[in-house]
Design a protein around this ligand. Sequence first.
Ligand SMILES: Nc1ncnc2c1ncn2[C@@H]1O[C@H](COP(=O)(O)OP(=O)(O)O)[C@@H](O)[C@H]1O
Ligand SMILES: O=C(O)c1ccc[n+]([C@@H]2O[C@H](COP(=O)([O-])O)[C@@H](O)[C@H]2O)c1
Length: 200
Amino acid sequence: MRKIIIGIGGMTNGGKTTLSTNLLEVLPNSFVISQDIFFKDDSMVPVDSNGFKEYDTLDALHMDRMMSDIESWQKDPESFMSSRGLRVTSTGSQKPSVFALIVEGFLIFNHGPLNVLFDKRFFLEIPYSTCKERRSSRTYVPPDPPGYFDGYVWPMYLKNRKEMDDAVNDIVFLDGTQKQEELHSRVLADMHEILIVLQS
Ligand SMILES: Nc1ncnc2c1ncn2[C@@H]1O[C@H](COP(=O)(O)OP(=O)(O)O)[C@@H](O)[C@H]1O
Ligand SMILES: O=C(O)c1ccc[n+]([C@@H]2O[C@H](COP(=O)([O-])O)[C@@H](O)[C@H]2O)c1
């Protein structure tokens, strides 16, 4: 049995969830773990000197819990999926030969212990104006206060991005303004290559 872990990183609103959901639909025996669901409760997130909640750091996330879920998948992907109500697809009487885990999130490559687990890393980039526009039509819990994007989110993106660029060099950058179908085909083609290598 082969296991493949793909990282779909990217800027806020870069299209990570959309791309991951599209991949999930076509990849048999795949599962998506999203970093977003590991945000700490608002009461645990401190406020910076400008009064903005510091959500865009690894400290705002339960990374220990996220790692523990990924470890469970690594130990036994089949049980991991069935314990979440998902059936494993087999060919005839044969057990599936490949399981794929897609890990998506805005800080997945900034966490060293997670970053080392990826067989392939993708990062969705969009221009500042697209990012600001997409973000303004999204409602988080809690919602972004006035000035949050320019006063906190964008400066933190630049900081986190620099840290990632300094520490990780094996990333395929994707233009998140491309059509969803193009992004989907590009990632599938790259994954296909890895699967061939893994199966040989
Ligand atoms: N390739 C794309 N082209 C145009 N809009 C997109 C594309 N991918 C995602 N979007 C839109 O951008 C917004 C953010 O997408 P989402 O997948 O939730 O981003 P993320 O998970 O990176 O925050 C959504 O409104 C989504 O419909
Ligand atoms: O999901 C949450 O609990 C949450 C609460 C407050 C803010 N967020 C924002 O979620 C962003 C990362 O998620 P995403 O999907 O935009 O990449 C990050 O920029 C945070 O500011 C997310």
